[in-house]
Design a protein around this ligand. Sequence first.
Ligand code: THU
Length: 160
Amino acid sequence: MKEITITTQFKVFDSIQDLPNDIQELMTQAVEVRKNAYAPYSKFRVGVAIFLDNGKIVLGSNQENAAYPSGLCAERVAIFYAGAVYPEAKILKMAITAASDSNQTTAPIPPCGSCRQSIAEYEIKQETPIEIYFMGEIGAIYKSESLKNLLPFMFDKKFL
Ligand code: THU
């Protein structure tokens, strides 16, 4: 028997003010677009801002549906929009913030498993890591240098 250990690494910023200027700006846009979440069922609002290598910023918020699985997370709204409108552009940076209408979220809130899988597809396609910053409503921001830190053992096209 052998054992495999996988380690993963994140940087921690104490607040938005501690982020580099460009990321502060990106996170501020994510906070702003979080208001556009259509979340009548969960009352949980997620905002995402993506910076592309063509200089454009693409935004997304979660969009829910009475048939629950028909809704979509903010991260996928944003990356699919980027893929649909700027298919040649690389996604360089992603800022994510999540807030609940019922209680203040203080812990960094990471993208769900399905969103990680979707982000992985683009990171592999573009052969360039995506920096991912995520936070709650207030409090610390975690930074991952690549989606790979958030999804060790990822399934991708090399297995097909
Ligand atoms: N949600 C996101 O937008 N991103 C995630 O990564 C996790 C969950 C949304 C989906 C749903 O509208 C609400 O948050 C509660 O799960």
